[in-house]
Design a binder for this molecule. Structure first.
Ligand code: PLP
Length: 422
């Protein structure tokens, strides 16, 4: 029976039962952490072979990878990304160790120089605004806050951002210069942007002539089931609708090989690519080609990466199942929580009773379970409904995920019972 339907005496009973369970939970003296979307050590072990590579100093063209040069990255690395992202190799730059850094470069260079189609550098506008689907990736939002860019939110749905809301924001306001999007297995909702939604986003009229969609495909190949969802063809759709410079695509092997020691990539229109490389030429003499060659030798081709991702899936899918089982066991039918059942990516998105997310996180903390701060998936950490919690089950061992999630479910029920009984 939903907690919201209980008579006051039944609710009081429920509250004391939840309080008793919570005391038992605290008595366990747990020290568990579900905060960051990091790979587990067993996942990192899958890539240990990288450390003995490369076996040669030369790339396919005969260039010595130990030396400077090759700003756009090794052709063979760019081919692998092109295959994974379904774009032409000519569009791809293989970069350093972090796609987030490439995003930061794009945004700062748009501010300092403007893009190829900008009337002036963005920094010379009175105000620059970005559309932010929520809940979203906290670092996207903190980056914009740091750079003084205003954020306007739209809801993220199962098939991508609410296009109607996006259209309304971009149509008449030339200050709205850009938008974040994690198209496949979004952080944290797991949503996959459909081709229909992507097509609308690429074609919609925008008041800003230099509107950019930062298409962060961090989880493009991170499937949790045998359904290997293909991402919408952002660059193709944008070209077809006459806005080739609108999307800039990012990806990396951070959650394929080593987090923070992988290879990042950017893919974009010829004009955007030339623009990025020009700016980059003042910041770098070339990427870490040794690491790129090591990755090329390790995987051989894109199929090698797909096979590798199936090994990741085998390690982490049981952890996602444990989250689902724990939440269902305690909360199913109570009317106080909903959660995502992702088929890819790194997160489970939990929505608790409005006004209780911060309390749930506090209760969990006091029982030794660290959760991402409530609101962190919103600009400025502000979830207007105080209901969203991002769960990251990949890093802890399976048994720890089971224990932690059973505890989280107790906290969700206790916080709801407290609120309803108040
Ligand atoms: N983009 C998204 C959506 C992420 O979730 C993350 C990591 O959590 C990153 C980018 C970071 O990528 P990188 O390690 O390539 O900088």
């Amino acid at each position: 029976q939903p907690l919201t339907d209980l008579a006051p005496d039944q609710l009081a009973e429920r509250l004391s039962a939840a309080q008793a369970d919570y005391q038992d939970l605290q008595a366990k003296g747990l020290k568990l952490d579900l905060t960051r979307g990091k790979p587990g050590a067993d996942q990192l072990d899958l890539s240990q072979g990288l450390l003995g590579l490369p076996t040669t100093n030369k790339d396919r063209s005969g260039a010595d990878v130990r030396n400077y040069g090759g700003l756009e990255g090794l052709a063979e690395m760019r081919e692998i990304f092109a295959d994974l992202l379904s774009v032409d190799t000519a569009r791809v730059i293989a970069g350093g160790n972090s796609s987030l850094t490439m995003m930061y470069q794009v945004v700062t260079w748009l501010l300092s120089h403007g893009g190829p189609d900008s009337p002036r550098p963005w920094a010379q506008e009175d105000t620059v605004k970005f559309v932010c689907p929520v809940p979203g990736y906290d670092r996207h939002f903190t980056m914009l806050a740091e750079l003084g860019i205003e954020m306007v939110t739209v809801p993220m749905r199962e098939d991508g951002p609410d296009v109607r809301a996006v259209r309304a924001l971009v149509a008449d306001d030339p200050q709205v210069k850009g938008m974040w999007l994690v198209p496949t297995y979004a952080n944290p909702t797991g949503s996959v942007t459909s081709t229909e939604v992507a097509a609308e986003l690429m074609a919609m009229p925008t008041a800003a002539p230099d509107f950019r969609i930062l298409w962060d495909n961090a989880y493009a190949v991170h499937h949790l089931t045998d359904v290997e969802t293909k991402s919408a063809d952002a660059l193709g759709l944008a070209s077809a609708s006459g806005n080739p410079n609108r999307p800039i695509m990012f990806a990396s092997t951070s959650k394929i090989t080593f987090a923070g020691a992988g290879v990042a990539a950017l893919a974009a229109s010829p004009e955007n690519k030339e623009w990025f490389l020009k700016r980059l030429s003042y910041a770098s003499i070339g990427p870490d080609k040794v690491n790129q060659l090591r990755h090329v030798e390790f995987f051989g081709d894109a199929e090698g990466i797909r096979a590798h991702m199936r090994k990741h899936r085998d390690l982490i899918a049981p952890k996602f199942a444990a989250v689902e089982d724990a939440l269902t066991a305690r909360l199913d039918g109570l009317g106080i929580a909903t959660w995502s059942r992702p088929i890819g990516g790194y997160f489970v998105d939990l929505n608790v009773l409005d006004g209780t997310a911060a309390r749930v996180v506090q209760l969990a903390k006091e029982a030794g379970i660290a959760l991402t701060p409530a609101g962190s998936a919103f600009p400025h950490g502000d979830d207007p409904d105080d209901r969203n919690i991002r769960l990251a089950p990949t890093f802890p061992a399976l048994a720890e995920v089971e224990t932690a999630m059973a505890g989280v479910a107790v906290c969700v029920e206790l916080a709801a019972a407290e609120k309803l009984a108040a």
